[in-house]
Design a protein around this ligand. Sequence first.
Ligand code: 3H9
Length: 697
Amino acid sequence: MSEPVTYRLEGRIALVTIDNQPVNALSHAVREGLDGAITRFAGDDAAEALLLTGAGRVFLGGADITEFGKPPRAPSLPDVITAIEGLEKPVIAAIHGVALGGGLEVALGAHYRLAMPGTSLGLPEVKLGILPGAGGTQRAPRLVGVAAALDMITSGTPIGPEKALEIGLIDRIGSGDDPAAAGLAYAEELLAAGAQARPVGALPMPQDAPELFEARRAALEKSARGEIAPLTALDAVRAATRLPIGEGLEEERRLFQQLLDSPQRAGMIHAFFNDRKVAKLPEIAGVAPRDFASVGVIGGGTMGAGIATAALLAGLRVSLVERDADAAERARATIEKNLAAAVKRGKLGQERRDAILSGALDCVTGYEVLGGADVIIEAVFESMDVKKEVFAQIDRVARPGTVLATNTSYLDINEIARATSRPQDVIGLHFFSPAHVMKLLEIVVAGKTAPEVTATAFALGKALGKTCVRAGVCDGFIGNRILSHYRAAADHMVLDGASPYQIDAALRDFGFPMGPYQVADLAGLDIGYMTRQRKADQRHERDRYPGWADTLYEMGRLGQKSGRGYYIYDEQSPRGRLDPEVEEIIAAEREAQGIRPRDFTDEEIVERYMAAMVNEGARVVDEGIAQRPLDVDVTLLYGYGFPRHRGGPMHYADTAGLGVIRDRIQRYAGGDDHFWQVAPLLARLADDQSTFASLNG
Ligand code: 3H9
């Protein structure tokens, strides 16, 4: 294996290059290599300055995350960076691609920083449940001030070189396309000007700003939803205003270690790796996707228009087909509104918007236009008859090789595929509303779907900026199937005495942005009602039915859109307030069913809700609807608001212990052994004292 750190003299400059592909993570070997390079440079009389660069696409992607949780190995990254900073001759970092986390902290240990155009510079550690632990919380505020450092460190959002130059994080933006050449030229220029070593750690302590810290703390307490890293990172930055550099670094280390040992760190790193593993599927390994540049969308309602918007934002051409000219016009108006919102959010430039609307979008009424599409996505009314009719029509106009996708959220895609003469080209693309905003895309592979079509769906999803999860065909696929189960567990608790408001609050405290009844109000109570109607003939006589939810629907309480659902929405309380009438309706239902209500603790609410989620998750994996537990985790994280710092429901279950979850379910079965039956996979793994993670590969 080649050396991860090389040292070469370029005239009077020592060029030190870190090469640890794919992202030059600062692994043990890299740290050792850097340590050696530092010692060599200090004793190398021919070298007057040291230039640090990264080989390949990026400067440095940060600490090696795979080493977290393992015994530490010297030299530590903070020690290496302190040694770089302490060099008596100038050290320059030439940054390109990305300098993230420990990667940016290495650059902060250098005395001068040049970044190439398009570089991304950031301290994203809070997104992994930790904080910058190699001097970032102490050096960044010294260099750029407390406010800018807090922005970077508590949000974890990277910035570009222009912004970095403006706040003083870097000294220069390089030119050309060779960072080493730009760095060498800069180093020569510095030497010619007599530049000296200039350690950031020697800069004066930044001024404390108590009001700023308090305001940020209050904002973070609201937005962090139980995540501890952003608030701990804020404490670390505060330490920079109170402690000299050496002590500040020690305090940072202490706080970093606290987070490193926390289950939240384990959850977030589990999520980080799952984000990457989820798209790695043996069935499409090495399978080339088909080309796609144009997308046909059938149906211009909220979903169809959202899908069209997502495709347009990704630079694809879109032909949207509607039933009549008015509907086509309405679809165009919805897309225009979506694009205007994207402009407002800074996601799209005005010029690009104009170009899209004048050249990339067609809203028409005939299917013929679909003959030119590479991928066709159907988003019409959820009815098997309607969908089959639409697919038969698509089959007539689409050219061979076109991917034919349905956005159904529960229908049998095998049956839809049979309406065509090419079931191998048919696949499910289950978007979540609003489709141009929500990250999750369930890619539902039917019995006859060709691997090339699955590969194309994944490539398309990636182009649309989605996190794609492979699912198999069943009612509700991965996400909605699990949702119906944990929502049922919540409904049972309501029947037995918990209020929907207590349930929502307990789950918000757990970290969900909204509880299930707030979600129901947002989606519309008609959705739940229609699902119950649809499944009426599958109902078992022992199913516990939430009749009060039907009552609310029949009263016209449709949720946010009608101003009343579980909550009341009006000017005073746009986010909803409690409604005693709802509690009366529920109380009447309990009485009718002869149920004497009991109290629930918040803890029991969360445990029952999670047990239901995990149990159905286990069934979904066992049946092959999800290929691995991680697919369940990613689905719940990106489509259902599951708190990222808990990693996902299956990771949560591993953390709690599968035996514990199984025992809970067995205990609950004492009250309802129809609903609460331990899923076979959960039982097997618990008996073996194993984990869901063992199935992730
Ligand atoms: C830190 O620095 C802590 C310090 O403050 C304190 C220390 C004491 N380590 O994302 P990609 C893998 S915390 C190990 O697909 P891209 C990744 O899993 C760190 N492995 O590429 C994948 O593996 P595989 C702070 C890593 O081009 C492969 O590299 N840094 C690391 O789309 C390619 O990754 C961060 O949070 C790592 N640090 O994006 C940055 N990073 O091929 C995290 C990636 O087996 N990384 N891998 O699936 C990223 O944001 C992106 O990977 C990056 C490249 C933007 C760099």
